[in-house]
Design a protein around this ligand. Structure first.
Ligand code: TXA
Ligand code: MG
Length: 322
């Protein structure tokens, strides 16, 4: 059974050590408890998806101690800075472009060139982020498909041993995930409703689009299921799936031990020689980016078993190939 720790100075040190070595920690925020890992560590982020049992890789929100700390990783426009001044720390997530030198893991952003960022309103969690000096990736600390946790007890009941450490603080006062505002396009777009309302944001932003509804093909407005309209990473080169023997013009993304590729003329990378799906998830977007930047004209990908995290990997590969 995972131990629950109180949010004091001593446990701040233990928590920071745990994060540095790539563990998962449930941390309090004002919205819901988050399942946190070092947002710059691909393998730690992959563990989040494994622990939640999510069948898909949605991009995750990265949590910072303050706005100054975001500067290296994302580009904050004047509007983003104004909104940050007004609402942070607090329940607002902004989708903004990544910087070229961004430290964020490719898995955190699901391969996209934008990132979701916010400053949570919880003293312990901000102190932890300040101490480790890196942002924390954190979705809600529950198994996929179950209710978002507002107490440490909820977290323990939902995740059990899938989380290495749980930090208990007061009940999450808002109890609802943060409002998400996408500032990366031409028109600011609300992607998720939350405590900070559409009307409140509209007053600050002027022209605000409601991206929580989308127009179906028959012209009717449909509620958007989470992640449905989400842009997904697509490589520039065509992707071929379930390839066991790549052709000479194809870069190759292997999985597990594969034979007979000694003199392949294009780059060959391996998601995981050990056939470990968590490691494969950690490498997926970074390796696709690398092969996409090579001189090969196509990328071939070896079969990945459709189990555990392999389900999410195959889902992303199919989207990237289509
Ligand atoms: O209140 C909250 O926001 C909680 C607490 C723990 O802070 N966190 C949370 O995180 O709900 P998460 O990672 O589950 O939110 C992920 C959602 C995605 O499903 C997507 O809607 C949006 O954030 N998102 C993140 N990055 C994005 C991006 N680059 N582009 C578009 N949407 C993005
Ligand atoms: Mg959730």
């Amino acid at each position: 059974m995972t131990l629950v720790y109180v949010s004091n100075e001593e446990n701040l040190v233990s928590a920071s050590e745990a994060i540095k070595k790539g563990d998962l920690i449930a941390v309090p925020t004002e919205t819901v408890y988050g399942l946190a890992a070092d947002a710059t560590n691909d393998l730690a982020v992959a563990k989040i998806f494994a622990a939640k049992g999510r069948p898909q890789f949605n991009p995750l929100i990265s949590h910072y101690a303050d706005m100054a700390m975001m500067r290296d990783d994302v580009v904050l426009s004047d509007l983003a800075l104004e909104l940050g001044q007004e609402f942070w720390p607090g329940p607002l997530t902004l989708i903004v472009p990544k910087t070229p030198q961004s430290r964020l893991s490719h898995l955190v952003t699901a391969g996209l060139d934008t990132a979701g960022v916010r400053v949570p309103d919880n003293d312990f969690t901000r102190a932890l982020i300040r101490k480790i000096g890196v942002p924390l990736a954190a979705p809600s600390a529950n198994k996929s498909g179950s209710l978002s946790p507002t107490t440490a007890k909820h977290v323990a009941e939902s995740l059990g041993d899938a989380v290495d450490m749980i930090i208990a603080d007061a009940k999450a006062k808002i109890g609802l995930e943060s409002t998400i505002l996408d500032l990366s396009g031409d028109v600011p777009t609300l992607l998720r409703h939350g405590y900070i309302t559409f009307e409140t944001l509209q007053k600050r932003v002027g022209n605000l689009r409601d991206g929580t509804q989308y127009l179906a093909e028959d012209g009717t407005k449909q509620p958007k299921s989470p992640g449905l309209l989400l842009k997904h990473y697509a490589p520039k080169k065509p992707l071929r799936l379930n390839v066991t023997q790549p052709e000479p013009h194809q870069a190759f993304l292997q999985f597990g031990v594969m034979m007979g590729l000694k003199n392949h003329p294009q780059p060959v990378l391996n998601l995981s020689e050990q056939g470990d799906l968590t490691q494969a998830a950690a490498n997926l977007f970074a390796m696709l980016h690398e092969l996409d930047a090579s001189t090969a004209t196509e990328i071939a990908v070896a079969p990945v078993p459709d189990m555990g995290l392999g389900v999410a990997i195959n889902d992303r590969l199919r989207r990237a190939a289509s």
